[in-house]
Design a protein around this ligand. Sequence first.
Ligand code: FAD
Ligand code: UDP
Length: 369
Amino acid sequence: MKYDYLVVGAGLFGAVFAYEANKKGKKCLVIDKRDHIAGNIYCEKVEDINVHKYGAHIFHTSKKEIWDYVNQFAEFNNYVNSPVAIYKDELYNLPFNMNTFSKMWGIRTPEEARKKIEEQVKELNITEPKNLEEQALSLVGRDVYEKLIKGYTEKQWGRDCKDLPSFIIKRLPLRFIYDNNYFNDRFQGIPMGGYTKIVEKMLEGIEVKTNTDFFEFRKENPDIAGKIIFTGMIDEYFGYKLGALEYRSVRFETEVLDCENYQGNAVVNYTEREVPYTRIIEHKHFEFGKQPKTVISKEYSSEWKVGMEPYYPVNDEKNNTLFEQYKELGTKEENVIFGGRLGNYKYYDMDKVIEAALEAAGQELQERE
Ligand code: FAD
Ligand code: UDP
């Protein structure tokens, strides 16, 4: 066999695994069906601005070891994500905090905000939230739910909030202080010069083939490596034989505008149902850019179909049950490790992907020692 590992997918999971394996003297071949490396964190320069081609990416983590790990490959700036939400002609700060509540209800103190939410929650009689709608209502009350959550969530997921798992909304902080930081994590930032460079560094000295689809490649090269690290869709790997898992796809409509500053913030969410996109990203603001032009991307969410890019796994009960069955099939593939957002069918952030890849690499490489 020519390689110890065939790594399918040059995204973050594949790159971390390959980097760790290479460090231990293992020979890897990394393939990706796209024409570039870095998977969904790929950045492309347009008008001298790093454009996050597959959606805005903000690195954040609570774990010092993950922060130190990623800092080996790039220097990070001090960007703090503070999106704003537009609902009809009203503008609110996110995540849900005193700035939001003050604007929503004309109040000032945390006590007033808590009282307002309590009054609204009391009327609802929810004892144990069973879905996203009940979870959101019982955390922030009806006004915030209806203006800032319901429309956005239903556009993003194409499902009624009653049919979605509550963990999705728990991603967002809720605080009773005036603080618009979207994350609670200790470390946060954007790699100076873009994300692609991180993956480039990880893959230095490792053989990479882009424009190479695994399923085609395998036909011609069945025994090229001792083991496969597969970070594509697990259901596709098994030819969808138990049925297809559901994913959400996103269409990015990107334009260059002849103005210096279009919306004054990197992320603006449009939370009403009637606006067809979920958010507009103005990429230069991630790096405090002063270029004369600007680049914006509108995000349109849709159900995934064959031929589209799968971005978000739909981690509801039905899909999770089906995934467990695929995972079980996966355990029978002795020479394959499934990883990443698609291989593990999990709504992972970048820090969690790095952690999972380090864990998989640690376990695998230790076994081989
Ligand atoms: P990917 O990056 O998807 O890499 C998988 C690679 O495998 C792809 O390049 C694909 O082309 C390739 N591949 C698939 N099938 C095959 C095949 N058959 N043959 C060859 N190659 C194949 N995380 C954060 O921490 N902060 C954020 O702000 C954030 N924002 C996000 C916004 C959006 C819109 C999305 C979709 C995700 C966001 N994430 C964010 C999550 C982040 O993108 C992921 O955690 C991370 O990029 C996943 O890495 P991965 O290697 O698992 O997958
Ligand atoms: N969300 C919302 N309103 C907003 C922003 C987010 O209701 O203005 C909900 C929505 O359900 C979304 C979830 O919170 O899917 C998680 O948001 P996040 O910004 O973490 O989503 P991502 O960046 O992963 O798309």
